[in-house]
Design a protein around this ligand. Structure first.
Ligand code: ATP
Length: 146
């Protein structure tokens, strides 16, 4: 099947632009799989992992929420923040997890709790995607001939 174009942009930069075969995005009501020539769609995304398959190779990104539009064989994602798996600073994300957990414990209001839980979710997704990349990288190295 002919591929579709995927563009991911934030207020700061273009994170991704390429032709891809499949996109699985974290919609607010669950994961949404998009194949080429999908019907027009506009939806809200939640913080989560975004999977892209191109030429049989899967890669992962983090989006921390935003909007996704599917129109005319193009998927456009306007994300609050987004990173390719290789761009994630895992230590920073792990520190953010710990900071957010501390904020959850010490919250003084429901608003603070909600903000802390959002930070926690973003950071957990980043840690998860960074770890998966480390694991997959290790696997690829193991599979190489000696
Ligand atoms: P932190 O508390 O570590 O700053 P955050 O959740 O507050 O994390 P965001 O507001 O989601 O960060 O993002 C701010 C900017 O920093 C965005 O450009 C985002 O892509 C980038 N960013 C956040 N965390 C990481 C990370 N662990 N690795 C790489 N880039 C990150």
């Amino acid at each position: 099947m002919a591929p579709m174009l995927l563009e991911i942009i934030t207020a700061e930069r273009q994170v991704y632009l390429d032709e891809v075969d499949v996109v699985v995005a974290p919609g607010i009501e669950g994961h949404l799989g998009i194949l080429p020539h999908h019907a027009p769609l506009m939806t809200v995304l939640q913080p989560g992992e975004l999977m892209v398959r191109k030429d049989g190779v899967e890669s992962y990104l983090v989006v921390t929420g935003g909007f996704m539009e599917v129109l005319g064989n193009k998927v456009t994602i306007l994300a609050d923040a987004a990173e390719n798996s290789g761009e994630i600073d895992e230590q920073r994300a792990q520190a953010a997890v710990e900071r957010a957990q501390e904020q959850v414990r010490n919250r003084e209001s429901d608003v603070q709790l909600e903000e802390a839980l959002h930070s926690l979710r973003r950071a957990q997704v980043r840690v998860g995607v960074a770890r998966r990349r480390r694991r997959t990288g290790a696997q690829e190295r193991m599979e190489q001939p000696r």
